[in-house]
Ligand binder design. Sequence first.
Ligand SMILES: *[C@@H]1O[C@H](CO)[C@@H](O)[C@H](O)[C@H]1NC(C)=O
Ligand SMILES: *[C@@H]1O[C@H](CO)[C@@H](O)[C@H](O)[C@H]1NC(C)=O
Ligand SMILES: *[C@@H]1O[C@H](CO)[C@@H](O)[C@H](O)[C@H]1NC(C)=O
Ligand SMILES: *[C@@H]1O[C@H](CO)[C@@H](O)[C@H](O)[C@H]1NC(C)=O
Length: 372
Amino acid sequence: MMTMSQTLPLLCVFLTFSFFTPSTCQSTENHDCKTKGMFVFGSSLVDNGNNNFLTNSLAKADFSPYGVDFPLGPSGRFTNGENVIDILGKKLKLSDYIPSFTDPSTRCGRIVNGVNFASGGSGILDDTGALAGNVTSLNQQISNFEKVTLPELELQFGNKNSKEILSDFLFVVGSGGNDYSLNYFLGLANTNVSLEAFTNTVTAILSAQLKRLHEFGARKFVLMAINPNGCSPMALARVPTQEGCVENLNRASAMFNANLKSLVDDIRPQMPGSNLVFVNAYKILSDIISSPRSQGFRDASNSCCEVRQVSEGGTGILCKRGGSICSNRSEYVFFDGLHPTQAVNDVIATKAFSSLLTDEVYPFNVDNLSQI
Ligand SMILES: *[C@@H]1O[C@H](CO)[C@@H](O)[C@H](O)[C@H]1NC(C)=O
Ligand SMILES: *[C@@H]1O[C@H](CO)[C@@H](O)[C@H](O)[C@H]1NC(C)=O
Ligand SMILES: *[C@@H]1O[C@H](CO)[C@@H](O)[C@H](O)[C@H]1NC(C)=O
Ligand SMILES: *[C@@H]1O[C@H](CO)[C@@H](O)[C@H](O)[C@H]1NC(C)=O
């Protein structure tokens, strides 16, 4: 019997010469289809099913009610429908959802519009998320890109050098939230390290990771801010007497985001030919939470699904398997204890793509970035 590794190279050659169509962009008018696809790195907010294929991982969303509004049902996305990446992909007129790295069928011709490496529960630091079991850290995600996807991609594009290919792709990085909620605030990091010092360390490591991607040929970056997690149902459940949001969690997010925004200006001269966009999901989500009705939402503090609480042996984040859900998901800001609904993802992705406000997208929007 042939193993997978013996059959795959043959299959790839076949696909290269038979089916591969270099132009997959379906845009007709203004857009010149400069963006061929996206490579995605990060945590559960952008994960589209990578953890499904990891053994011993607790950070999975491959069961109902996740995906209740997704065409393919539960897929590993941590929401009821599409995540920000799915919606951004449609705005970029990509022909299909970006495949997830760990899916064994993500090979050969399927990688030509990009690959998603993100892993729920993971962080910028290698030890973040250890309590969620098997998760793939950002460093490992970048190594997977380098060691597995990049050589295959060069083959798919007729042995072109990666530097000629990757400038047409967006590199989306959405990580950092778990370095606080599943690391710093659990006391895993040295407890005598101040929040400022910890945040500077995390930012410096992220900066090195971006430079690594730049060395491979990445030129266009989209950096996602971390959410105001102190306003999530999970945080509110842990501090029940709290009025409004849990301040120390939000302070951490805001501190990280301020560094991330500065990084956009600071790192550019060190990465020749690069352009970066900072998407302030923190502000976009905070605006919804402080005034939900003005944007069509009715509930900004409860999760739509029934969550497995800490008192029940859960984490207060994930939905109960087969648990009940709210009837109208579009009215809710949060689907589970931490992750926004598709309706919120839609607002974030729309603003990321086309907002003209620099406190939402800095220094310009993803549409601008993709046209460069
Ligand atoms: C994580 O999952 C992968 C894929 O199943 C497996 O190869 C690896 O050994 C697992 N790691 C741990 C620590 O369980
Ligand atoms: C934290 O505490 C350890 C042991 O008490 C000490 O060695 C280390 O220098 C301290 N780190 C900082 C940043 O203060
Ligand atoms: C669901 O909620 C959205 C947003 O508030 C609203 O526009 C829509 O009409 C609601 N749908 C139903 C069936 O009530
Ligand atoms: C970005 O695109 C908008 C239109 O969406 C345009 O008005 C603006 O000038 C562009 N900005 C840059 C810096 O390219």
